[in-house]
Design a protein around this ligand. Structure first.
Ligand code: ATP
Ligand code: MG
Ligand code: MG
Ligand code: MG
Length: 477
C-alpha cells in the first residue's frame, strides 16, 4: 500500500487516482468536510464524506485530533480555498480524541497555554511551522559546514572543564547520598562527584573543539549545552543547542567573515526551503501586531527582515567605538539606560546591544576588541595589553546571537592569564598541551541555535522555539 502524503496530494499528484492517507483531524464541518493534516505540510486536505453512506456512530468519532485512515479518490475541488479534495470511500478511526478532554481545539490558543502542553502544542500550525523551520535550519547548518570543508566533531557532554569560567554548571554526580565522600572538614566532597572526579554538563564544546581544529583544520560541533543560570529571560534556557566552529590558522577578521557568511547562508537556505511556513509565521505576527500601538510594531515584516540580513553587510564596530556612541546618546527623549555606561571597561547589557542594533545602526552589528577583563581567559590578548580579540554578533530583536574570538595561542601569555585568574594550571594541562605542541593562530565562535531560530521565525520567547524547554519553571517532561 502506498501511503500518500498530503504535501504530495496538494501538489496535484495522483489526480483521479485511488489513494490512501493517514493523518489527524483538524476540523470536521457540517458532518461532511474533514480537514486532515499529516505533518508533511502546513496545509490540510479536504476529505469529503457523504454522510448518508457512513455509520452515524463512526462519524461521531471524527473529532479534532483523532487519527484517521482514509481511502478515496483525489479530485479537483469545486469549492473555494482548495484546488483538490478527496472523495472518501472508506474511513477508519485509528485513534479517537475525546473533545471534552483534548486541549488543542480549533481556536486560537495563547502561547502561554500551549507551553503547558509541550507534548501537544506541536499539533498546532504555529508550532509545526516553527519546528519545520528549526529542522531546516539545522540541515542548512550541517550543509554549510560540509560544503566549506569542515569536519563535524562531537564534543563530550560530561566534562571536567568550565570553558566560560562563569561557574554556571550542572554537576554530574554518582555520589552515594547516604555515604558520600567527605573533605577533611567533614563536608560532602563534591570534587569526587563522578567516580572520584569532579565533572559537569558542558557549557560549551569549545575547548575540545580547539583540540580537534589543531589537527583537522576546520571543525564544528552542534550539540546540547547546559547552563545552570537561574534566569527567566525570553533569551535564556538551561539547556540549549550551540553551533561551534573552530578553525586553525584563522585570525579574528577571518572568524568574523566566516560567521557573517554562515548566518547569511543558512537564513537564505531557509527562505528558499520554508517559504510556506515563513509566510504563515509572518501573517501570524502581523495579526498579533495589529493589537499593539503603532510605535511598538516592527517596521519590517518577517520575510523582509530575513532578506535584509542576507543582503546587507553587518556593521563592524570596536567595543571602544560602541562605548563612545552609548555614552553620548539619549536612547529616547525621556529615559536614559537603566544601566548607564559610565566608563570604558563595563560590559554591555542587552538594552545597550539592542540600542546599537535597532536604533543606531539599524542592522546586525559585530562588536570586536572587548576589554580583556570582561571576557573569558582563552581569548587572544591584543598588542595594547588591555583588549582581546573577541567578537559578539548582535541581532535586531535578539541582542547577542554569537560570541566568538581568536584564541590565545602563546603558551606563556596563556599561563600568565590562568595564573592571574587563580585557575589551577593542572586542570587545563591538556589545553596547555595544545600550545606546547604545534601551536598556531586559531579562532572560533559559538552561536546559540535557539536564538537563530527565534530570529528566523520572528517568535518572541525562546521557550517557543525548542521542543521541550528547560528553564527554572519548565523541566517537567
Ligand atoms: P548572554 O550574554 O546572552 O547571556 P553569553 O555571553 O553568556 O550570552 P556565550 O557564552 O557567549 O553566551 O555563548 C555563546 C552563544 O550561546 C551566545 O551568543 C548565545 O547565542 C547562546 N547562549 C548563551 N547562553 C544561552 C542560554 N542560556 N540560552 C540560550 N542560548 C544561549
Ligand atoms: Mg550568559
Ligand atoms: Mg554575553
Ligand atoms: Mg557571549
Amino acid at each position: 500500500m502506498h501511503l500518500a502524503t498530503i504535501k504530495e496530494l496538494l501538489a496535484g499528484k495522483n489526480l483521479l487516482q485511488e489513494i490512501t492517507i493517514k493523518g489527524w483531524v483538524r476540523t470536521f464541518r457540517s458532518n461532511r468536510f474533514i480537514a486532515l493534516n499529516d505533518g508533511s505540510t502546513l496545509g490540510t486536505i479536504q476529505c469529503v464524506v457523504d454522510f448518508e453512506n457512513f455509520d452515524e456512530e463512526l462519524l461521531k468519532k471524527v473529532n479534532t485530533g483523532a487519527a484517521l485512515k482514509i481511502k478515496g479518490t483525489l479530485v479537483e475541488s469545486q469549492g473555494r480555498g482548495q484546488s483538490v479534495e478527496i472523495q472518501v470511500s472508506d474511513l477508519e478511526i485509528l485513534g479517537i480524541a475525546d473533545p471534552d478532554e483534548y486541549p488543542i481545539q480549533p481556536k486560537k490558543h495563547s502561547l502561554e497555554f500551549l507551553r503547558e502542553k509541550a507534548h501537544l502544542r506541536i499539533r498546532t500550525n504555529t508550532f509545526a511551522a516553527i519546528m519545520r523551520v528549526r529542522s531546516t535550519l539545522s540541515f542548512a547548518i550541517h550543509n554549510y559546514f560540509r560544503e566549506n570543508g569542515f569536519n563535524y566533531f562531537h564534543a563530550p557532554i560530561i566534562t571536567g572543564s568550565d570553558a566560560e569560567g562563569a561557574g554556571e554548571m550542572f554537576r554530574v554526580t554518582t555520589l552515594d547520598e547516604k555515604n558520600p565522600p567527605l573533605t577533611e572538614d567533614g563536608d560532602v566532597d563534591y570534587k569526587q562527584d563522578f567516580f572520584g572526579k569532579e565533572t559537569n554538563l558542558t557549557v560549551s564544546g569549545q575547548l575540545e573543539a580547539e583540540a580537534y581544529a589543531m589537527a583537522l583544520g576546520k571543525v564544528y560541533t552542534f550539540g546540547p549545552t547546559f547552563r545552570a543560570e537561574n534566569s527567566n529571560t525570553s533569551r535564556h534556557l538551561a539547556e540549549f543547542w550551540m553551533i561551534e566552529p573552530e578553525m586553525a590558522f584563522f585570525d579574528l577578521d577571518a572568524n568574523m567573515d566566516l560567521a557573517e557568511d554562515f548566518i547569511k547562508n543558512v537564513i537564505s537556505y531557509t527562505l528558499t526551503h520554508c517559504q510556506e511556513d515563513l509566510e504563515f509565521l509572518e501573517k501570524r505576527l502581523l495579526d498579533e501586531e495589529k493589537s499593539k500601538p503603532q510605535a511598538q510594531r516592527s517596521d519590517m515584516a518577517l520575510i523582509e527582515k530575513l532578506k535584509f540580513v542576507v543582503d546587507n553587510n553587518f556593521k563592524r564596530v570596536s567595543y571602544t567605538e560602541a562605548i563612545d556612541i552609548l555614552k553620548n546618546c539619549k536612547p529616547n527623549k525621556k529615559k536614559q539606560f537603566t544601566y548607564p555606561i559610565e566608563e570604558w571597561g563595563t560590559d554591555l547589557q542587552s538594552e545597550h546591544e539592542r540600542y546599537l542594533v535597532e536604533k543606531h545602526f539599524k542592522c546586525p552589528v559585530i562588536l570586536f576588541d572587548y576589554p580583556a577583563k570582561i571576557k573569558a581567559f582563552y581569548m587572544r590578548l591584543n598588542e595594547d595589553g588591555k583588549t582581546v580579540r573577541a567578537m559578539d554578533i548582535l541581532f535586531p530583536g535578539i541582542g547577542e546571537i554569537v560570541g566568538g574570538s581568536q584564541r590565545e595561542e602563546r603558551l606563556d601569555v596563556l599561563k600568565e592569564k590562568i595564573k592571574e585568574l587563580g585557575i589551577d594550571e593542572k586542570e587545563l594541562w591538556w589545553y596547555l598541551d595544545l600550545r606546547k605542541f604545534g601551536t598556531a593562530e586559531h579562532s572560533g565562535f559559538g552561536l546559540g541555535f535557539e536564538r537563530l531560530v527565534l530570529f528566523a521565525t520572528g517568535m518572541g520567547n525562546i521557550r517557543d522555539v525548542i521542543p521541550f524547554p528547560r528553564t527554572p519553571q519548565n523541566a517537567e517532561f
